[in-house]
Design a protein around this ligand. Sequence first.
Ligand code: SAM
Length: 326
Amino acid sequence: MARKKFKDIAVENFILHYQQKRPIDWAAQFNRQAPLDLEIGFGLGEFLLDQSREAPERNYVGIELDWQRIKKTLHKIWAIRQPNGQNFFTDNIRILQVEADIALRRLFVPRSLHRVYCLFPCPWPKKGHIRYRLFSRPFCRVVNSRLVDGGFVQIVTDHEPYFEWLQEEVSGSGFRVEGRKISPRFNTKFERKWMGEGQEEFFELILRKSEHMDIPLEEDLPLTVYFVDDFIPDRFCFPGRVGCPSVVQKDFLFDPQRGKAMVHLVAAEEHVTQHVWIVIAKSRRGWYVALAAGQTVLPTPGVALAVRMTAEAVKQTFQENNTTNH
Ligand SMILES: C[S@@+](CC[C@H](N)C(=O)[O-])C[C@H]1O[C@@H](n2cnc3c(N)ncnc32)[C@H](O)[C@@H]1O
């Protein structure tokens, strides 16, 4: 079977946000100060690339969850630069793989974005799935807070009930709303898809910032390293916690030769669910308990709690032993 050809990608346009100091210093990322615009869920990047070509004086950040789509977009940028690798209009694009709610709360300071675009957000048409829709009222408030005064959001959907739902959802989040039907004009994958199925008009909402919502930046927490006098791995029992945050155990591994254990936990809190590995290892100061290195984890209150609960469970193995010996 023929091997799939590796596609070259423009890594210089891609930001590993986990490795950046948060919030991101966008002027430093683009090597210049310019109006900053954001596209959420850019898919195959058609609109992002068009915008960046049409307005080279602006900086564009594109965020997307799906790695395959990101890879294809980065490949398009790479291909535009060929054959001599010269930078053209794509210099003003930065791409991140990140969930929109996390990005807006943690990567952008209040009043930093001029325009936010979202074309064909997932409409989650089933009644039971409405809670998954991105533009919920709390999210609209965060977007508002990150926009400069006079900034706006453009959302286009193929789904009329979503259009109607959003007009209600957005109330109370500091926007003046303008809605209208529009003809196809973006030539994105999903616009083409709906046109292919016979749809000839779509629904556009412009949300103009009219009042500022004060939603502060969510900042990283310093994560504690705990030291515990003793540890009896056979007795390790992670209690788990359901609430906000929730922390549950998925796995526990112990290597007696290396004197090292790893605990796999899931920490779920209001806006983010993360898988984390906590290391428990022997050291001169006793057993240390800390977030294991090499992970893409945001240091949130849920993660801090996961480390603390692990340290307490380690302590418990020793204290239980003491109790039974007496
Ligand atoms: C229906 S597609 C539209 C893609 C593109 N805008 C277009 O018009 O072809 C929705 C896109 O949003 C992305 N997405 C969904 N939820 C997201 C989120 N919370 N944060 C970032 N991207 C998201 C999906 O991965 C998907 O590529």
